[in-house]
Ligand binder design. Structure first.
Ligand code: C2E
Ligand code: MG
Ligand code: MG
Ligand code: MG
Length: 272
């Protein structure tokens, strides 16, 4: 964010920055406790086929059941987790919880797990994933690891890790597609199986040029396409026309607890 930054791109000192720093270290300590005391919970948002709306899997989304503030979304704490490195143990928890849960789902339903660039730099990350698969009994093909364009920065073991994940048979998805700076160069160096068009490009009355171009490009590369943040029937119909194969969004289902998703999957099985 460029706002409030000095000419050299660094933030000019302001007294409130110290307060902010103190608040951040307080939150870091609380988050550390949360990880140890298992206050993190994983919710799941269905991913559906277009146009039918049939559930093919779900994305795991972390929440913090805060003892005082209630259920917090990742927007409230992921930045702190990234900056302190707590994203590494947090990410392992989410991965274990998500694979364990997905192993109880019927058929070939898949689970998508968000993995930060920071986690991907850690040597041995594929072994952590392999252990989670083994412990849960979930076949590798039913796990999708979502990465963002920030992994293009690379460093550490990023390149080996991406290859290691592919070798395990895990699927890779490029999340928030189109919002990063290096989308196309990343596609050239890091083959993924799927791209998720960022919800800011899902047309809402305006131009559909980007959504259309991304669908064409994905076809050319042979990548599966997911439209994120589909909130209306009109958007679902439009994304179908543009050739999107999967969708996720409030129009179909909001993120929900593991128990609620299980109930929903059970109801679907009875109907079909
Ligand atoms: P994301 O991976 O792009 O996840 C999709 C976000 O869009 C979720 O927000 C979801 O609730 C929201 N969303 C889904 N459908 C709609 C819709 O129709 N309209 C609108 N307005 N929003 C929709 P959430 O759960 O707040 O997560 C935000 C971000 O936090 C995620 O974006 C992801 O980048 C990050 N995140 C979540 N869980 C984890 C995790 O376990 N590890 C890491 N590293 N990051 C995570
Ligand atoms: Mg995601
Ligand atoms: Mg996304
Ligand atoms: Mg997004």
């Amino acid at each position: 964010e460029a706002k409030g930054r000095g000419e050299g791109g660094y933030e000019r000192y302001r007294p409130e920055m110290e307060a902010r720093g103190a608040e951040r270290s307080r939150q870091a300590a609380a988050l550390r406790t949360a990880i140890i005391e298992d206050q993190l919970v994983v919710h799941f948002q269905p991913v559906v086929t277009l146009p039918e709306g049939r559930i093919t899997g779900a994305e795991a989304l972390v929440r913090w059941q805060h003892p005082v503030d209630g259920l917090l979304g990742p927007g409230a704490f992921i930045d702190t987790a990234e900056q302190t490195g707590l994203i590494v143990p947090l990410g392992v928890r989410v991965l274990r919880a998500a694979t364990r849960e997905a192993a109880t789902w019927p058929g070939e339903l898949t689970v998508s797990v968000n993995v930060s660039a920071r986690q991907l730099r850690e040597a041995g990350f594929p072994a952590v994933v392999e252990a989670a698969l083994r412990e849960s009994g979930l076949p590798a093909r039913r796990l999708t690891v979502e990465i963002t364009e920030s992994v293009a920065v690379g460093g550490g073991a990023t390149t080996e890790n991406l290859q290691g994940l592919r070798d395990l048979g895990v699927r890779l998805s490029l999340d928030d597609f189109g919002t990063g700076a290096s989308t196309l160069s990343l596609l050239a160096t890091c083959p993924v199986h799927q791209i998720k068009l960022d919800r800011s490009f899902v047309p809402d009355g305006g131009s559909d040029a980007i959504a259309r171009a991304v669908a064409q490009m994905a076809r050319a590369f042979g990548l599966q396409t997911v439209a994120e943040g589909v909130e209306t029937a009109e958007q679902a119909a439009l994304m179908t026309r543009l050739g999107y194969e999967r969708a996720q969004g409030f129009h179909f289902a909001r993120p929900m607890s593991a128990a609620d998703l299980r109930a929903r999957l059970g109801a679907t099985a009875v109907r079909s």
